[in-house]
Design a protein around this ligand. Structure first.
Ligand SMILES: [Mg+2]
Length: 399
């Protein structure tokens, strides 16, 4: 650090040649490179060209005062991060306050003590160099990186700003107070300090990020490293869908149904709400396959499934249990479920799935009883279905 500080360049802005000479000598003797401007406008020109590490700015100058000059510096994206120390005979508390308000990092009154001035210059150069170092390290990272103190974003790397489309951090933080105003947290794993984030603007940005938190010394400071995991998430969703849905009919498969039942079962026992089950199969399905071929048989299964989706409610769970057998789980009383079963039966009966050939279904309905598990529950519905079959098919029996 010492070496970096020694090589630093400092711009002195003062309209009094004597002051420039005095200051220049002290700084040069310490090893700093010194650049000089005798008024605000020429300082602004020099800043654009040379970008020094620090500015020592006089307040009282003709034309552009020191206060006016710093305003222009802070408006200019290219130079606004260069620290400014006011060096002036104007030492009223109001002046000092005004200087800090305008964005100065320090305020030294004239006549100055060389050692005090040098100590302050060194401190602010070190801070500036540290800041630049952090920014460069973050910019070097491939992912999107933020450094955050509690909720306040202190640093954002170039990749992050490019992604959000902000020219600089200040612009971004004007629109968003914290990263959680830009992103929705869709998953949180506190133990591993991992978050899954998705931009709130779903129309423009569809990426999903895995964000890893690294805590830094000091409790509230951390680095958030965002990796784009969109492709992985899409693949995972596709796999999950494959694992949950019947390939032919696109309704839930047996595995998913069991999962959902177990999930509901846990909550039902606590809340004591009714849960019913409809089981049904297509009458004489084997004959359909034998007479019309398996393709037509499959087509019937697909069409019946898609009809069912329109007949049941959003909260009802439909599954292809196997072959031509389907289950529907309903958070309803047995009477209501029976009515839905009958609605399905009469609809299927009325529809011509195969030209000049009538298709009917038989249904069994039951509701969950105390001490039931899924097997007992399904067995009872199955018994009802068996009765419906034995009583001539195309009917609903409830037990
Ligand atoms: Mg002056």
């Amino acid at each position: 650090m010492e070496k970096f500080v020694k090589n630093a360049s400092i711009l002195i802005v003062d309209d009094t040649p004597k002051n420039i000479q005095l200051l220049g000598t002290v700084l040069k003797e310490t090893g700093y490179r010194v650049i000089v401007a005798t008024n605000g406008n020429s300082a602004l020109n020099i800043l654009e060209k040379t970008k020094p590490d620090l500015i020592l700015l006089d307040v009282m100058m003709p034309e552009l005062s020191g206060f006016d000059t710093i305003k222009k510096i802070k408006e200019n994206e290219n130079i606004k991060n260069i620290p400014v120390i006011f060096l002036t005979a104007k030492a009223e508390p109001d002046d000092v306050l005004e200087g800090f308000k305008l964005g100065a990092v320090d305020y030294i009154t004239k006549p100055f003590h060389a050692s005090e001035l040098l100590a302050r210059v060194k401190t602010h150069l070190e801070l500036k160099i540290n800041k630049d170092l952090i920014q460069n390290l973050l910019d070097f990272q491939k992912g999107l990186v933020l450094m955050i103190d509690e909720n306040r974003i202190l640093y954002a790397n170039k990749s992050f700003l490019n992604y959000v489309g902000s020219p600089n951090l200040l612009q971004f933080t004007r629109d968003y107070q914290s990263y959680s105003e830009y992103f929705d947290i869709i998953e949180e794993n506190l133990e591993d300090q991992e978050l899954k984030l998705k931009p709130k603007d779903k129309f423009l940005k569809k990426e999903i990020f895995l964000a890893h938190k690294s805590l830094l010394p000091g409790k509230s400071l951390f680095i958030l490293n965002l990796t784009d995991v969109t492709d992985y998430e899409i693949e995972k969703t596709t796999l999950e869908q494959k694992a949950s849905y019947d390939e032919l009919t696109k309704v839930y498969n047996r595995t998913k149904f069991i999962d959902i039942f177990n999930e509901i079962y846990k909550s039902i026992t606590q809340e004591e709400k009714p849960l019913s089950l409809i089981i049904f199969d297509i009458d004489h399905f084997k004959k359909i396959n034998d007479n019309f071929g398996h393709n037509i048989g499959d087509k019937v299964l697909v069409e019946i499934s898609s009809c069912l989706k329109g007949l049941i409610r959003n909260s009802d769970i439909l599954c292809r249990w196997g072959g031509e057998e389907f289950l529907i789980l309903l958070k309803s009383s047995i009477e209501d479920s029976f009515r839905i079963a009958e609605k399905i039966r009469t609809f299927i009966e009325s529809k011509e799935f195969i030209q000049n050939h009538k298709i009917t279904i038989s249904l069994g309905v039951t509701s969950l009883e105390k001490n039931d598990n899924l097997d007992l529950f399904i067995n009872r519905a199955d018994q009802a279905l068996y009765k419906a079959k034995n009583s001539g098919r195309n009917q609903t029996i409830k037990i």
